[in-house]
Design a protein around this ligand. Structure first.
Ligand SMILES: NC(=O)c1ccc[n+]([C@@H]2O[C@H](COP(=O)([O-])OP(=O)(O)OC[C@H]3O[C@@H](n4cnc5c(N)ncnc54)[C@H](OP(=O)(O)O)[C@@H]3O)[C@@H](O)[C@H]2O)c1
Length: 316
């Protein structure tokens, strides 16, 4: 990408899109176009096509999509399936038709089998049963991975790049208790518990499952790296993007409790399900090209918590 190349970030208000906008601006890219969800509904095929016909972006970061935690996935699976497939399909079609240079799409670690060997390698996709609670979302994201591969194969191109990040977190994450992922939910729960002087907090499961968290700013850097090294990527493969370090939910809760200053007791409701015991990506395929995550969980949590405190107070 040249500094004046026309870049389109779809979903620039979200967790990843906002991090990407910030990193691209910092790196000196000055021709970035964005549209709000209300301004351009990416599930509307005619409008997406019209937008590409008019704007002709050269590089596209497809950060738009419907995301959420277990509760949202359980209550609205049809929305997760439809919205993600429609956005991907419309944007991929337009990207091919209007001849963009490269597009980065983001798959999900939910697409991997729930009981696969750890760390998870890219080739484990389809090698077992996926977690049922996020099935619709995972299938939509898997369809995106296959779509990128298929466009590349059919049109003999390397335009479509798939990165597959593990659980992301950072500023602009969703802290809504119904729709958020575990890390953001824990920040909010501990913050509220501390503020009302709660003596104990009860968390779901045993706290034993291990998860890998990757700072959204690191995934934004990985995306810029992928665009700038597109010719070194294999057009038939996708690339895991993780921090390389996992921790138990118990350790995470302890770190967040310290950060927030919650002095009460943490209890674990072991009657509630734990989910997959471990979810750690093997990101060596992408790392061998020269990228690696730089933000530690401690530093990332500090940044995220500071953002949460500043913004949560404004909104609530
Ligand atoms: N978060 C993770 O841990 C994670 C991990 C792996 C992969 N991913 C994938 O990475 C991508 C970015 O995730 P994220 O966490 O940054 O998502 P996010 O915070 O939920 O942001 C999604 C963005 O998409 C926009 N959007 C949603 N529906 C739209 C529509 N119909 N038309 C136009 N814009 C629409 C949202 O705008 P509004 O808010 O205005 O609706 C928002 O800007 C997604 O594809 C996700 O599946 C995420």
């Amino acid at each position: 990408m040249r500094k004046n190349s026309k870049l389109y970030i779809a979903g620039h208000t979200g967790l990843l899109g906002s991090a990407l906008l910030q990193r691209l601006r910092l790196a000196g890219y000055r021709n970035i176009i964005t549209r709000s969800h209300a301004g351009l509904d990416l599930t509307d095929q005619k409008r997406v096509s019209g937008f590409f016909a008019k704007e002709h972006p050269e590089y596209v970061f497809l950060c738009a999509g419907l995301t959420g935690g277990i509760i949202a996935n359980r209550t609205s699976p049809a929305d997760f399936l439809h919205t993600n497939i429609a956005i991907q399909d419309n944007v991929f079609q337009a990207a091919q038709k209007y001849d963009i240079k490269h597009l980065v799409f983001y798959g999900s670690s939910c697409s991997y089998p729930k009981d696969c060997p750890q760390p998870i390698k890219e080739e484990y996709l389809y090698k077992g049963e996926i977690e049922s609670t996020s099935e619709a979302y995972a299938i939509a994201k898997t369809a995106g991975v296959i779509a990128c591969r298929s466009y590349n194969a059919q049109f003999k191109t390397n335009k479509f790049i798939t990165l597959l990040p593990n659980s992301m977190y950072g500023p602009n994450d969703n802290f809504d208790l119904e729709n958020s992922h575990v890390l953001a939910a824990l920040i909010r729960k501990f913050y509220e518990a501390k503020n009302v002087g709660q003596e104990k907090i009860v968390l779901w499961g045993s706290g034993k499952p291990r998860r890998e968290f990757v700072f959204a700013g690191d995934v934004a850097d990985a995306s810029i790296f992928a665009m700038n090294n597109a010719d070194r990527l294999n057009s038939t493969q996708h690339y895991n993007v993780g921090s390389g370090i996992d921790c138990s939910i118990k350790e995470l809760a302890g770190q967040i409790a310290n950060l927030v200053g919650f002095k009460g007791k943490i209890e674990w409701d072991t009657a509630k399900p734990d989910g997959t015991p471990q979810k750690l990506l093997d990101s060596s395929r992408f790392q061998k090209l020269g990228w690696s995550a730089t933000i530690s969980l401690k530093k990332g949590l500090d940044i995220t918590y500071r953002w949460f405190v500043d913004n949560f107070k404004k909104r609530h």
